[in-house]
Design a protein around this ligand. Structure first.
Ligand SMILES: Nc1c(NC[C@H](O)[C@H](O)[C@H](O)CO)[nH]c(=O)[nH]c1=O
Ligand SMILES: CC(=O)[C@@H](O)COP(=O)(O)O
Length: 139
């Protein structure tokens, strides 16, 4: 049994609750344990994963958050930089699932976050577990 870190950016709490429900269900269905940490926004997720990884307590990581386009270029910064930094960590050998939604509006976010619809939280958790399994087998 592995321990999976669920790192959530609680910028939109009601949307995050859906992502978390999907991710927790997926991790438990795979027979693993999980722990949740919370940061303010998606931009903090890569650093949160990097910092907690140093503890050596977690086998895989799931980044959960929602970025909704506003009026300025900030959307691009948050969406692109969070994904870029998570990818850099992944290529360093961390098993990470990216469950950060980058959407135009709340309706798009609900469709994707709801475990009974898009279940992107569950999808990100399964992605992290798939990488963890690969590392166990080949690394
Ligand atoms: N606009 C959104 C943000 N912005 C906040 C940043 O992620 C970050 O917390 C801030 O710049 C301080 O470093 N975060 C989201 O998760 N979603 C957004 O839509
Ligand atoms: C991530 C965003 O774009 C957003 O929440 C910020 O909105 P704005 O660009 O209107 O300041």
């Amino acid at each position: 049994m592995a321990k999976i870190l669920l790192a959530e950016a609680r910028f939109y709490p009601h949307l995050n609750d859906m992502l978390l429900e999907g991710a927790r269900t997926a991790v438990e269905a795979a027979g693993h344990k999980h722990e949740t940490i919370t940061v303010p926004g998606a931009l903090e997720l890569p650093a949160a994963i990097s910092l907690t990884a140093k503890s050596g307590r977690f086998c895989a990581f799931v980044a959960l958050g929602v970025v909704i386009r506003g009026e300025t270029y900030h959307f691009e910064i948050v969406a692109e930089e969070s994904a870029r930094a998570l990818m850099e960590l992944s290529l360093q050998g961390f098993a990470i699932g990216n469950g950060i939604l980058t959407v135009e509006n709340e309706a798009q976010a609900i469709e994707r976050a709801d475990p009974r619809q898009g279940d992107k939280g569950g999808h990100a958790a399964r992605a992290a577990l798939a990488l963890y399994d690969l590392r166990e087998k080949y690394a």
